[in-house]
Design a protein around this ligand. Structure first.
Ligand code: GTP
Ligand code: MG
Length: 464
């Protein structure tokens, strides 16, 4: 994909999901987009030239057979005022898999090439209309899992992250200029600013803002990626009943027979606006068979990888060794303990409870009657947001790739800061600063390795 901007061919793809729908869109971008439109589209009212950003009603007629294909609305966005900055034509037709592929085939016969996944956005990037953070934010917007996630993505699309990084880089280039003057004219003692001031500028103008930006990563994980929450416990304690209760739907099979659930059952829900990926797992016990053994292994893996574990105990029977095992193995900082079946007579001794809880809060629920669910939802929300972020989040939210680049950059600038204070040669400091500058350039796509760029766009759908 990386060479496409050099040959500048015209690309086309279906931009809407496959299948029956209200409308479908075929998108064309490149130098002959306009020419293709003139060949296949017969407007109701004759037009000399399509005007930019206007809609035209007419018929698609296949030039090879003279057959009318559909009645459509066609729009033309003249370069550079389009998504890709090239000439773009969009055909709004009726939808349906067969119809859309017929239209696409016709457009390809007229000289367009089938677009790769994300190639329209890739062109917007290589043509300089958007940077890499904006391209990534488009994906975030499409995949957004919460209202706040949507807001964070649209801030990034507007270019807030980009201008933050560009602003930082300008400041760094300024510092670098001072250093270079001092290297060239060593006798003038750093020319215009002292080493102390230089170190101070690196700290205040560069390091501190980078570290403030990095603090937004957690926010992204919560609002955009969602919280991985796994329900674990012994067999028959009511894990699947809890999943169904939180989901308000009979998603997992519930029976009185221990060992009902084997596979991991996943679903997405919102709890007080927070996106949650909820997983129900096989109950722990002395293994009965192959499927159950695998189920328990999967449950343990999910628990290790989760952001939050809901550990369920059944209060209608005494605690067992398996209950104790789960609780002792659990990471207490990311677990909530639920005492289920509070509608039944309690058979768990207070001593046992005190022993396993060791001061951890306990939430009493009944998955059967729904009692205690409000408390549980509040506890989940408090746990997720505890100390991390305000619930009406705004500001920058770096993804994992950005976070890695920021971590690298901050390491280089911290080195530069220490090395200046240690009185190391300015050439060494210039090297640190240049490496930091490059790490920041990776974020916006200026110095990014081609494989990384290709990987980012590979995750897009065709037509985006
Ligand atoms: N009375 C009462 N019964 C419950 C409650 N929650 C679950 N049960 C019952 O307990 C039994 C087991 O429930 P499940 O939800 O299948 O339990 P599980 O933990 O998923 O069990 P496994 O998949 O076998 O590990 C079923 O008969 C449920 O109806 C509750 O809060 N109160
Ligand atoms: Mg179950």
């Amino acid at each position: 994909m990386s060479d496409n901007h050099l040959d500048r061919d015209t690309i086309a793809a279906v931009a809407t999901p496959v299948g029956p729908a209200g409308i479908g869109i075929v998108r064309i971008s490149g130098p002959i987009a306009h020419q293709i439109a003139k060949r296949v589209f017969k407007p109701k009212k004759p037009v000399e030239e399509f005007q930019s950003h206007r809609l035209y009603l007419g018929h698609l007629v296949d030039p090879s057979s003279e057959q009318m294909v559909d009645e459509v609305l066609l729009s033309f966005m003249k370069a550079p005022h389009s998504y890709t900055t090239e000439d773009v034509v969009e055909i709004n037709s009726h939808s349906g898999y067969f119809l859309l592929s017929m239209i696409l085939q016709m457009v390809l016969r007229e000289g367009a090439r089938l677009a790769n996944p994300g190639e329209f956005t890739f062109r917007a990037f290589v043509n300089g209309r958007i940077d890499l953070t904006q391209a990534e934010a488009i994906m975030d917007l499409i995949n957004s899992k919460s209202r706040i996630g949507l807001r964070l993505a649209s801030q990034q699309i507007k270019g807030e992250f980009r201008s933050e990084i560009e602003g930082l880089r300008e400041k760094i280039v300024e510092i670098l200029a001072h250093i270079e003057v001092a290297i060239d004219f060593p006798e003038e003692e750093y020319a215009d600013i002292s080493s102390k001031e230089m170190a101070q500028r690196i700290l205040k103008d560069v390091l501190e803002p980078i570290e403030a930006t990095m603090a937004g990563h957690e926010k992204r994980r919560i609002w955009m990626d969602g919280i991985k929450t796994v329900i674990v416990g012994c067999v028959n304690v009511g894990k699947s009943s809890l999943l169904n209760r939180l989901l308000n739907k009979e998603r997992a099979i519930v029976t009185p027979i221990p060992g009902t659930t084997r596979d991991v059952i996943e679903c997405s829900i919102h709890i007080e606006g927070i996106p949650i990926l909820l997983m129900d797992t096989a109950g722990f016990r002395e293994v009965q068979g192959e499927a159950e053994r695998i189920g328990i292994r999967l449950a343990k893996e999910r628990m290790a990888d989760a952001d939050l574990s809901l550990i369920v105990l059944d209060q209608s029977r005494p605690l067992t060794q398996d209950d104790f095992d789960i609780l002792t193995k659990a990471d207490k900082s990311k677990s909530l303990i639920l005492l289920n079946k509070i509608d039944l007579t309690p058979r768990v001794s207070q001593e046992d409870l005190d022993r396993v809880l060791a001061g951890m809060p306990l939430i009493r629920i009944s998955a059967l009657t729904g009692e205690g669910m409000d408390n549980l939802q509040r506890a989940i929300r408090d746990h997720v947001l505890a100390g991390h972020v305000d619930p009406v989040s705004s500001g920058l939210a770096p993804n994992l790739r950005h976070q890695q680049a920021l971590t690298d950059a901050s390491k280089y600038f911290r080195d530069a800061f220490h090395n200046i204070n240690q009185g190391l040669p300015l050439e060494v400091i210039a090297l640190d600063i240049n490496s930091g500058l490059e790490a920041l350039g990776d974020i916006i796509g200026e110095t990014t390795n081609e494989d990384v760029i290709e990987k980012i766009f590979r995750d897009f759908c065709v037509g985006k």
